[in-house]
Design a protein around this ligand. Structure first.
Ligand SMILES: Nc1ncnc2c1ncn2[C@@H]1O[C@H](COP(=O)(O)OP(=O)(O)OP(=O)(O)O)[C@@H](O)[C@H]1O
Length: 264
């Protein structure tokens, strides 16, 4: 697909995601979390394109967490963002040191690293007066997370497109909810984004279980071409009465809920 066509497709998908889930409102100040990976570069550029043509006013700035792994080229990220005129802050942290001290032998870096990063991003968003924090999760992440939770956790959940964070202040948004990873890979290649990796031992590698979900979906895709879109549609077409969560069931059929809405 040529670049203009792909760009239009992604732009429309971001626009739909933002509209469907009410991700952006007048006066928002959005901290865009940019890791130096293909997803967050794509998100940042698409949000800026949206900002320029949107009928409402909102601001964006980019935030990067340097977790302290030797060799992470945040200067390359900063150079690219400066060249494109983005406000950008790099926060240098000692997460690497904390992880080395706290990590149990043989356990993964990723979960503790992600938690530390998320905490730092919430703090920074507040510090820079941003009410929203945009993360670069895409359609494939939503589908894989749903399967991961079903297969390994025993829970029917994925990710929210918009959710108030635990700090009760920052709203986390995921504007790439309708954009596939394949579209992002192609877009990042055509745009020549200077992708860098954080240099942690797991850098650039999805964890093993996530890789299995990716593989499974790709294998099934040969017979079911729209499998990704279908999984995503399932997330917005929940039929609680056909599930087994007793709390959900009781809530769904409680007399209060069933009563006609007097306020209508
Ligand atoms: N070091 C970081 N600094 C700022 N934001 C980050 C950083 N690491 C991750 N994020 C944010 O969290 C999102 C999900 O992180 P994850 O580690 O799963 O990356 P990813 O799926 O490889 O995405 P990307 O291609 O943007 O790196 C990223 O898209 C980005 O928005």
């Amino acid at each position: 697909m040529d670049e203009a066509k792909l760009y239009k497709k992604i732009k429309n998908a971001v626009g739909r995601g933002v509209a469907d889930h009410g991700l952006i409102a007048e006066g928002d100040r959005i901290a865009v979390a940019v890791s130096g990976g293909k997803d967050s570069y794509t998100m940042l550029h698409l949000l800026e394109a949206l900002r320029q043509r949107a009928p409402i006013r909102f601001e964006i700035m980019a935030l990067t967490i340097d977790s302290g792994y030797p060799g992470f080229r945040t200067d390359i990220i900063a150079g690219h963002l400066k060249e494109h005129g983005f406000a950008h802050h790099v926060e240098k942290t000692d997460h690497y040191g904390i992880i080395q001290a706290k990590r149990r032998e043989g356990s993964s870096y990723c979960s503790i690293c992600a938690r530390l990063k998320r905490g730092a991003l919430y703090e920074l968003a507040q510090k820079f007066g941003c009410n929203k924090l945009a993360l670069g999760h895409h359609l494939d992440d939503f589908a894989e997370t749903l399967l991961l939770n079903q297969f390994f956790v025993g829970s029917l959940k994925s990710m929210a497109a918009s959710m108030l964070a635990d700090n009760g202040i920052t709203t986390v948004i995921r504007p790439l909810v309708y954009v596939t990873e394949a579209q992002i890979i192609e877009f990042a290649r055509l745009k020549g984004f200077p992708v860098v990796c954080c240099r942690c031992p797991a850098c650039g590698e999805a964890d093993m279980q996530r890789k299995r979900m990716k593989r499974l979906i790709s294998e099934l895709e040969r017979d079911i071409p729209h499998i990704r879109q279908s999984i995503l549609r399932a997330l917005s077409n929940v039929q609680p009465r056909h599930l087994l969560d007793r709390q959900l069931f009781l809530k769904t059929v409680s007399p209060d809920d069933a009563a006609p809405d007097e306020s209508a």
